[in-house]
Design a protein around this ligand. Sequence first.
Ligand code: PLP
Length: 446
Amino acid sequence: MAWQTVRMNESTPNVPPVTEGTRLDPWLNSYAARAHRMRASEIRALFAVASRPEVVSLAGGMPYIGGLPLGDIGEMMRRIVVERGEVALQYGSGQGDEYLREQITQVMALESIVAHPDDVVVTTGSQQGLDIVTNIFIDPGDVIVAEAPSYVGALGVFRAREADVVHVPMDADGLIPSALEETLVSLKAAGRRVKFLYTVPNYHNPAGVTLSAERRPQIVEICHRHGVLILEDNPYGLLGFDREPLPALRSLSPEGVIYLGSFSKTFAPGYRVGWAVAPHAVREKLILASEAAILSPSNMSQMAISAYLDHFDWQGQIKAFREQYRERRDAMIGALQEYIPSATWNVPDGGFYVWVKLPEGLDSKSMLPRAVTARVAYVAGTAFFMDGSGAGHMRLSYCYPTPDRIREGVKRLATVVDAELETVRIFGAAASASQTAVDFPAPDLA
Ligand SMILES: Cc1ncc(COP(=O)(O)O)c(C=O)c1O
């Protein structure tokens, strides 16, 4: 049904007199052009259903907070308020607390980054880091080169800031240097201005792969030669299962890389604390952009992170997380082998995600309502490409559900995949894409 257009009544009190909209949104015609490009992420649209207890969610990237010593953290929070409440509950510095910035330099040293606390800008999660970097570099129509696929939350920021995203393929060793070179050459030939390369080098979201040690200097060299800045987004670097962290791109090129870090995956996302490290001049602009948006990051959260780093065995906790996530990864891979052998996938050696390639003819986006009906959720591959391609893939996360729930979730998913395959076998791929959720019988969940 088309929404009826209404003209606001000039005599209506408290509303501007001349504007056209719809019954659903009377301000529809008042938005800036960029607001029309914003979309709810495919993950958010699913969140309400997928978080119902009967649904096994293999969709979100939510860390396993139950693994934290919550009682001790509660006591820590109480002491911060009681003993230092006048600072904790006050406004703070736009760049972030100096002591925390110093601690952050020690965290980054684990990935070979040498930085001074002055180089660090504390952000409200690395998501805000993505936003302020994009804010200061991107004019509408500028090009951002990004991996194919790319983190859905970054694509949302890039879309909102009206960037054109050009994807570059990856393989099991991460971004492919020759493909990056080719893309930059052809963009230059087409007269396009590339502002930065957006990359998640470690335990990629959603692809699960890691940029190999050999490729790191190659990527840095290619970008340097083409005058392209690198935006290195690294929330998962310390969550490898089998090896020590590889050197960050930032450690190879301090002047050519803006680095984003986060405590969301190694501690807890509820504090919303991340950081950016940038070349000197860029850093000043980042602080201005951050102050304009949020005045200052939360003092309370920053002090909580500081106290956690000072008084808890945070490296031991990361080790425990790695073991828990490894066990969950194993549960997921084992279940995929057992229940969905017709698909293919990578085996991630860290992080939260498995990137699954569905059998030929299946469409992860159109299949999703049927999966939710079968009480399992995932993120369709289409969320991770700017042009909505990727329907042949899906992202499965193993970070949050227990190993038993993961197995149950993959088993439920298998019933959906099998039914889809049967439909494709009988009627062809188009029929599978046009089925509705209602057509799919919920499996016996006993
Ligand atoms: C690659 C990547 N970047 C950034 C973020 C945002 O994290 P934060 O909680 O630090 O804002 C996420 C969250 O899932 C992510 O996977």
